[in-house]
Design a protein around this ligand. Structure first.
Ligand SMILES: Cc1cc2nc3c(=O)[nH]c(=O)nc-3n(C[C@H](O)[C@H](O)[C@H](O)COP(=O)(O)OP(=O)(O)OC[C@H]3O[C@@H](n4cnc5c(N)ncnc54)[C@H](O)[C@@H]3O)c2cc1C
Length: 305
């Protein structure tokens, strides 16, 4: 059956778009992919989503959004989209199980951090391992943290963390930082920031929460353990846009190019959340864009009749 709207992705952006399109009687189909709930399901306490005085656990916030969406008639399927065809009048979306057709699409496939790939890192995400100083910096008030990375984002996160932490150790695998000179100078001049260059993380220490890092100097091969309560991995982000490569305009980093709030270069295909946003990357900004995309879809569909 031809759908009015299909939403690709069920993180904060996709689920908010689902709530709004469902309440507009558009009976949205939401294809959640292999991470139903998206990035917030990886974390523990979310303290900056408005409306929760004492914070809310990431998975609980997502579960509430899913229920809210289904309550108004949204259908969520845990299927991964393998290909899309935006060249047809009715857009086609294919999962391993079937092909769906729809008059409009909202892409909300999010992005993922590039992680170090250590077992200890994956086990301790949300328990001291983070990829977002804005989200989690506050938890490390008067504690010691490390930043992994040497680019502008890493310096920005390090400087931000000095508002809370007593000491911030920047760990970078080369002998020079990649960050712009101005950001480097700001970081070098901050007395709370120390540097361990030519170094990489062998293991994040701790069973229930982060207690330290085992790092190796890649020139001397010396292994050292340093005590930290938190570690922020800032070695990059990757938008989930592989399946859209030949279908839609992407920027050089692979993010979907947006014009006029939520529009892509294909009329009828809209976008929301981190898949189009390499700047803010917050639950609330993703949800806000999901709301906008849903309202833009409504307008687009009424223009078709
Ligand atoms: C550890 C951690 C802690 C965080 N803490 C906070 C915090 O405290 N506060 C805050 O505001 N933000 C926080 N964030 C950031 C926040 O989670 C993201 O900004 C937000 O989740 C982005 O929402 P999104 O819907 O755009 O994308 P995502 O949450 O990335 O969701 C993307 C969705 O798309 C789906 N998808 C991907 N590819 C496909 C495909 N091919 N087919 C179908 N579906 C697909 C995925 O399965 C997923 O459901 C945190 C992030 C992390 C990783």
């Amino acid at each position: 059956m031809l759908k009015k709207v299909i939403i690709l992705g069920a993180g904060c952006a996709g689920l908010t778009a689902g709530i709004y399109t469902a309440r507009a009687n558009l009976a949205p189909l939401i294809l959640a992919g292999n991470k139903p709930g998206g990035q917030l399901t990886l974390t523990t306490l979310v303290e900056n989503f408005p409306g929760f005085v004492d914070g809310i656990m990431g998975p609980d916030l997502i579960l509430a959004m899913q229920k809210q969406c289904e309550r108004f008639g949204g259908t969520i399927l845990n299927e991964d989209v393998e290909s899309v065809d935006f060249t047809q009048k009715n857009f086609r979306v294919t999962t391993r199980q079937e092909t769906f057709e729809s008059q409009s699409i909202i892409i909300a496939t999010g992005s993922g951090s590039i992680w170090l790939g250590l077992e200890s890192e994956q086990r301790l995400i949300g328990r001291g391992v983070s990829n977002c100083a804005t989200c989690d910096g506050y938890f490390f008030t008067n504690k010691e943290v490390a930043i992994i990375g040497g680019g502008d984002s890493a310096m920005e996160e390090a400087l931000f963390l000095t508002k809370f932490a007593n000491k911030v150790t920047v760990i970078h695998r080369r002998d020079q930082l990649r960050a712009s000179k101005i950001m480097q100078n700001r970081a070098f001049n901050n007395p709370k920031i120390v540097f361990k260059l030519d170094s990489c993380v062998e293991e994040i220490l701790g069973s229930d929460c982060v207690t330290g890092l085992k790092i190796k100097n890649i020139k001397t091969l010396e292994i050292q353990e340093i005590p930290v309560n938190g570690v922020f991995i800032t070695i990059g982000h990757k938008p989930h846009t592989e399946i859209f490569k030949d279908q839609i305009d992407l920027d050089p980093k692979g993010y979907i190019i947006v014009s006029n709030q939520t529009r892509t270069n294909i009329p009828g295909v809209f976008v929301a959340g981190d898949v189009a946003d390499h700047t803010y990357r917050q639950a609330i900004t993703a949800a806000g864009m999901g709301c906008k995309a849903a309202m833009d879809v409504e307008k687009y569909l009424s223009s078709l009749v």
